[in-house]
Design a protein around this ligand. Structure first.
Ligand code: C2O
Ligand code: CU
Length: 489
């Protein structure tokens, strides 16, 4: 009896010791993981003293904060597998929010708060990033940086008050090359309560590009080496709100607003509008400083463009095409039918962007050198199958540290033969010059297309603190791992 009890104690002791070892292991592993995730340290970027006069007017382009209205929109988004019909007669299996592709259009008024519960019923971890929206840093959806990825079966609540009216979208920030391609994205429209509604119809058109197999399934070969080392995954089927070349009917003379959102992994669209007079009234969310014709405009992955179209006064059919590659891809068709109606001629809201030409000759504060891909592999630069920013591969990166409310001149220097739509989280910037030549573009943006071997200079003023991501929006480049972080203090 006594002996038996003794051995029972020994047994319990061993169990306790084992548990202790496991616990220590978990702690050590977690510590090691966190401490080894980012390797490069940080670097303070001093801002350009010559730009201080300009900084004062730049500061007024968008506000640091806005008063909340107190209205709260509660939304639940369930990420799960489902099926949609893209090609007539076929069910295409997709990953969706609330069984819809595109996911729901969330429409609120500026000042309103969104309280959104993401329910992850996928078999993969995920997050939601609010593209172009200035959210509190911890709501930005960047895994291991602003939050832990949401595991299958888990939920996460995103709560924020968008500070700028405009056209925005959301998508996962985990393995985008697969998660976006399979259909995970939706739109967030923030209406401006001060803006008169001049339009009889306000439409969100989500442009996506799919690589489908013969039986209309999403081709499961993600991150093919050829796509990664070239310009990403370009597909064979283009959809607008999930439909191939849809037709929209309006009355002759109607004034309509179209909000185009490029959610494609890699495809760039160049708009050909033919006989439609389409004016650009907003880009990447914010209104433009001066409207201009949308003809020939290039919409890179991530970009949004808001068009103001007063339709011709007679009945007709108008096709809107993409001509980026030289081929003509039909995007959608507009049909005018019925009795003509007359529309308001009032101008839409614009913002004021100061004259930035004094910054042209200013020294650059921060260079981002873009490299990698096939070209650099053949010339012996870069690692095979990866893309680099300043020679670094995420997460082994140096964090640039910027001061809040200071104005910086930043250059993207593309040394590769690839195209890179570069996206800053948490701020808007103004393109200043391409290859040293001034561009007079009357708009701010959050994603800029950098062409092969081109240098693009931009001016930016961060206003929201935290650690933010900056990356190429071609999903196959971002996943291979063309991304860095910057801190705003
Ligand atoms: Cu839409 Cu980090 O991107
Ligand atoms: Cu890229």
């Amino acid at each position: 009896m006594k002996k038996k009890q003794h051995s029972k104690h020994t047994f319990l002791g061993i169990i306790l010791i084992l548990l202790g070892i496991i616990l220590l292991g978990v702690v050590a592993f977690t510590y090691f993981r966190l401490s080894s995730f980012f390797k490069g340290g940080s670097e303070n970027i001093s801002h350009n003293k010559n730009l201080e006069t300009l900084a004062a007017s730049f500061n007024n382009i968008y506000p640091e904060n806005i008063p909340p209205s107190g209205n709260v929109h509660e939304v639940t988004l369930e990420a799960k597998e489902s099926a949609i019909e893209i090609i007539e007669g076929y069910k295409t299996n997709v990953w969706s929010y609330n069984e819809q592709v595109p996911g729901p259009e969330i429409r609120i008024t500026k000042g309103d708060t969104i309280k959104l519960t993401l329910v992850n019923n996928l078999l993969d971890e995920t997050t939601i990033h609010w593209h172009g929206v200035r959210v509190p840093n911890e709501m930005d959806g960047v895994p291991h940086v602003t939050q832990d990825p949401v595991q299958p079966g888990e939920t996460f609540v995103y709560e924020f008050t968008p500070k700028d009216a405009g056209t925005y979208w959301f998508h996962p920030h985990v393995r985008g090359s697969e998660q976006l391609e399979r259909g995970l994205y939706g739109t967030l429209i923030v209406e401006d309560p001060d803006e008169h509604n001049l339009f009889s119809s306000d439409n969100v058109l989500v442009l996506d590009d799919w690589r489908l197999t013969e039986d209309a399934q999403v081709n499961p070969n993600f991150l093919l080496p050829h796509d990664v080392t070239h310009d990403g995954r370009w597909g064979n089927v283009i959809t607008i709100n999930g439909d191939v070349n849809p037709e929209y009917a309006f009355k002759p003379g109607e004034r309509i607003r179209l909000r185009l959102v490029n959610t494609s992994n890699a495809r760039i669209y160049k708009l050909f509008l033919g006989n439609l007079n389409a004016q650009v009234i907003a880009f990447d969310g914010l209104p433009v400083a001066k409207t201009f014709s949308a003809e020939g405009f290039e919409l890179a992955p991530g970009n949004r463009i808001d068009l103001d179209i007063t339709l011709p006064n007679s009945e007709g059919t108008y096709s809107v095409l993409d001509v980026f590659t030289g081929y003509q891809n039909e995007l959608f068709t507009i049909k005018t039918k019925g009795e003509p109606i007359s529309a308001s001629k009032e101008k839409t809201k614009t913002i004021s962007i100061p004259d930035v030409s004094s910054a042209l000759t200013a020294e650059t504060d921060m260079n981002y050198v873009l490299n990698g891909g096939m070209g650099s592999m053949m010339m012996g630069r870069g690692n095979s199958g990866t893309w680099t920013i300043n020679g670094e591969v995420y997460p082994n990166i140096t964090q640039a540290v910027f001061d809040k409310n200071a104005l910086y001149k930043v250059s993207f220097i593309n040394e590769s033969v690839g195209i890179h739509p570069m996206h800053f989280h948490g701020l808007f910037f103004k393109v200043l010059a391409r290859d040293g030549k001034e561009v007079n573009e009357p708009y701010m943006q959050d994603t800029v297309l950098v062409h092969p071997e081109e240098t693009v200079d931009v001016l930016m003023m961060p206003k929201d603190s935290g650690t933010w991501a900056m990356h190429c929006h071609i999903q196959e480049h971002a996943d291979a791992v063309m991304m860095t972080l910057f801190e705003v203090k």
